[in-house]
Ligand binder design. Structure first.
Ligand code: GDP
Ligand code: MG
Length: 332
């Protein structure tokens, strides 16, 4: 008897659960946030607004010397170099005396935008030269191959003829990784054998780019530490070889830096720029970091434009850099 009651109770309970579940509206799977600069900066913004929370509503004209120093320290903690934070605050101080009504939050945001706008950011593929050769350089693991793949997908999607060259011939896996991106992007692909000379591969890729009438040739190079002189020399050689095909090439040399690295990204940018005379920067992994402020120092200290930012691992997670959007995303 007792067993029968227990079985009936269990049955009733499970039936009840079944109907309650069915009755409940199904919740939609969580939607990934849209790939925008503002969304990618959410962690950095949180970090900045937290650090600056005591300041943003204040007026610059009310601040004493020690308070300006404390504000400078706050900016240093937000991954801004000393020279950049001094430059920024000097301008903020001057403007706050002229515009006594404006609070520090508005003034800092305006200065961030001015500072970022002082260089040429973003990029467009102009039709005048054909093919345009872009060399992608940087240390290991920063996202070079992924960026090459995203760029190929973007410009192929615009109807441009794109060829990618796998000059990272140290590892077979690196060549294979780029080949997969090229297949997905529907673009052309040139590689050397594993262990082939990266200069020879670059030569082949650019020659094929000319012969096949490509609009854009993107060279993916092997990662190297900025401190290893012989590896930096190798990159110089790769660029020299490319000039045998097109004397002005590579037209663009972009350093990819990992946005999560903070001030170390600035150190890398300085040394790569000294060795190779960069024409622009791509900052990746901005989606997962609170260290987006580093970007300001790269622009301000090195006068290098930010071409694109990586905001995820997918093909469409590459955004052109727009200084006003960045300033708003940082401090809105
Ligand atoms: N979250 C995120 N991950 C990225 C981004 N760019 C690259 N990655 C990841 O970083 C790792 C290294 O990328 P890879 O392109 O192989 O770096 P490489 O060694 O410089 O060529 C891979 O797991 C990529 O998926 C980005 O913008 N955001
Ligand atoms: Mg790679």
């Amino acid at each position: 008897m007792e067993i029968a009651i227990a079985v009936c109770t269990l049955l009733a309970l499970s039936l009840g659960c079944f109907f309650i579940r069915r009755g409940r509206p199904r919740s939609a799977p969580p939607k990934a946030p849209e790939a925008t600069l503002g969304n990618a900066l959410s962690k950095t913004r949180g970090f900045w607004l937290q650090g600056l929370s005591g300041w943003v509503k204040r007026k610059g004209s009310d601040l004493g010397g020690e308070e300006w120093e404390a504000l400078e320290e706050t900016l240093l903690l937000a991954d801004i170099s000393l020279s950049t934070s001094q430059l920024l605050l000097k301008a903020v101080k001057e403007k706050s005396l002229k515009n006594k009504d404006l609070d520090l939050g508005a003034l800092i945001r305006a200065e961030v935008e001015t500072l970022l706008g002082s260089v040429q950011n973003g990029w467009s593929l102009s039709g005048a030269r054909k093919p345009v050769v872009v060399s992608i350089v940087g240390v290991n693991g920063v996202g070079k191959t992924t960026t090459v793949g995203k760029l190929a997908a973007h410009f192929s999607g615009e109807g441009k003829k794109v060829l990618v060259g796998a000059c990272d011939t140290f590892r077979a896996a690196a060549v294979g990784q780029l080949e997969i991106w090229a297949q997905r992007a529907g673009c052309q692909f040139v590689s050397g054998r594993e262990g082939a000379d990266p200069g020879a591969t670059a030569f082949d890729a650019v020659s094929a780019g000319v012969a096949r009438g490509m609009d854009l040739v993107i060279l993916d190079t092997a990662g190297r530490l900025h401190t290893k002189t012989h590896l930096m020399d190798e990159l110089k050689r790769v660029h020299k070889v490319v000039k045998k095909v097109i004397p002005e090439a590579p037209h663009e040399v972009w350093l990819v830096v990992d946005g999560t690295m903070g001030q170390n990204a600035l150190v890398q940018a300085k040394q790569f720029h000294e060795a190779l005379s960069l024409s622009g920067i791509v900052v990746t992994k901005l989606d997962g970091t609170a260290k987006g402020g580093t970007l300001l120092s790269i622009v301000s200290d090195l006068k290098l434009g930010i071409r694109y930012v990586g905001v995820g691992e997918g093909a469409s997670d590459l955004l052109p850099f727009v200084s006003s959007e960045f300033a708003e995303g940082l401090l809105s």
